[in-house]
Design a protein around this ligand. Structure first.
Ligand code: SIN
Ligand code: CO
Length: 398
């Protein structure tokens, strides 16, 4: 985990910058080596399952145009020498070494991680002046990129016509920086930014997202509707002839308010839903249950603990969180929740603290009766086994 962001301590960053104002961090990752190059990114953009797109500053006379992947190799080869950007989304899901970069940011909650996006651009490449709804750390991975930033934008900020992208019309520039490999720029939601490649460059965007109120309400009400009590009907309190049948009685409203209050006061349910909701995979296909042949029993797991070269990792793209509640605790992983008693807290904390699980420490902390739960996490596809070779070989396989 990063111990500071340049000269700014993590404490200072969280109280003064996070969600508040931009921060340029020179040399955040000294001697940064990008785990993949433009050929790897191009290769990924040919794949059906990988979300990719290309932004052109100008295409057939139209400004800031967009093409969605997957792309054909011939098309990529025919691209001009300047002024386009290839974006590959969810890179942490595809490249374990990129997923490991997230461990540098564990001073922020796991459940806020959206994904790591990579951009590759030849000279002049850019996605245009825009703002995002997310917090982002823009890490300069290869080459130099000029970043101009501006004020916080709102829905009423004027946009350019004739483009499918949300491009700011006349972006005011408040800062102008050149980022070199290893430098990073933190931007809170809403801040206008415009990055242009000064030469062939790769930028990694580590994005953090929080749900909107609408997303929370919609998920929570769906969850409530799935509860057994949801089939109960509102009671009719009419006991006397009504003066006017058109009047809706206060009793009906008050009954509904009572339902809401009961739900709000049910901390167990609220936390269970919240944990499940915020750890749900970003989209289908990220967390897949293992096949029958790969299924691990708790006894097999016990043996795997004894094999030195076996490592335990979160599945790339998995989200691990926990929620303490009085003398109990809820483990929430990839949209599933597991109620536990608080005696489990030490191993659950360890499990949720890093995507590279300290297997030896975990064995010391976990009781035999909880191996079954750990096996469940493997079998649902949230944990996986890796070996050192696998990470070293990644570049060769891609
Ligand atoms: C880029 O890497 O070119 C764009 C990233 C961003 O603006 O969020
Ligand atoms: Co952006």
């Amino acid at each position: 985990m990063l111990q500071s962001l340049g000269s700014v301590s993590i404490e200072e960053f969280l109280s003064n910058y996070w969600q508040k104002k931009p921060l340029l961090i020179k040399n955040l990752f000294p001697d940064f080596e990008c785990p993949l190059d433009h050929n790897d990114l191009a290769g990924l953009s040919l794949e059906e399952e990988v979300e990719s797109r290309i932004v052109f500053e100008n295409l057939n006379g139209k400004p800031w145009q967009l093409k969605h992947g997957p792309f054909e190799a011939e098309f990529l080869e025919s691209l001009p020498d300047e002024d386009w950007t290839l974006l590959v989304q969810g890179l942490d899901h595809w490249v374990p070494e990129v997923a490991d970069l997230l461990d540098q940011f564990r001073f922020l909650p796991n459940w806020r991680v959206d994904d790591i996006m990579a951009s590759f651009a030849p000279v002049g490449g850019s996605v245009g002046p825009h703002y995002d709804q997310y917090d982002v750390f823009l890490i300069q991975a290869e080459g130099r990129r000029r970043w101009q930033i501006g004020p916080v934008c709102t829905a009423s900020t004027e946009r350019l016509d004739g483009t499918p992208l949300r491009i700011i019309k006349n972006m005011e520039i408040t800062e102008d920086w050149v980022l070199e490999p290893g430098d990073a720029l933190y931007l809170p939601p809403g801040v206008a930014h415009f990055g242009v490649a000064l030469e062939h460059c790769i930028t990694l965007s580590v994005g953090f997202r929080s749900p909107t109120k609408a997303e929370l309400f919609s998920s929570f009400t769906d969850y409530c509707c799935d509860q057994p009590s949801a089939n109960q009907h509102l009671t009719d309190h009419t006991t006397k002839p009504l003066k006017n049948p058109g009047k809706i009685q206060d009793d009906a409203i008050n009954d509904f308010k009572t339902y809401l209050e009961e739900i709000i006061e049910d901390e167990q349910m609220l936390r269970t839903w919240f944990g499940e909701f915020v750890t749900s995979p970003k989209h289908d296909g990220i967390v897949e249950p293992v096949s029958e042949e790969e299924y691990i029993s708790e006894h097999e797991l016990e043996e795997l603990f004894l094999v030195p070269e076996v490592r335990f990792r979160w599945n790339e793209g998995s989200r691990f969180s926990f929620l303490p509640l009085k003398d109990s605790l809820i483990l929430a992983v990839d949209g599933h929740s597991y109620p536990l008693n608080s005696a489990n807290q030490p191993w659950i904390e360890l499990l949720c603290s890093s995507n590279q699980v300290d297997k030896e420490k975990l064995r010391e902390l976990i009781s035999d009766s909880e191996l079954k739960l750990l096996a469940t996490l493997f079998n649902q596809g949230s944990l996986r086994i890796s070996t050192d070779d696998e990470l070293d070989d990644w570049g060769d396989d891609a």
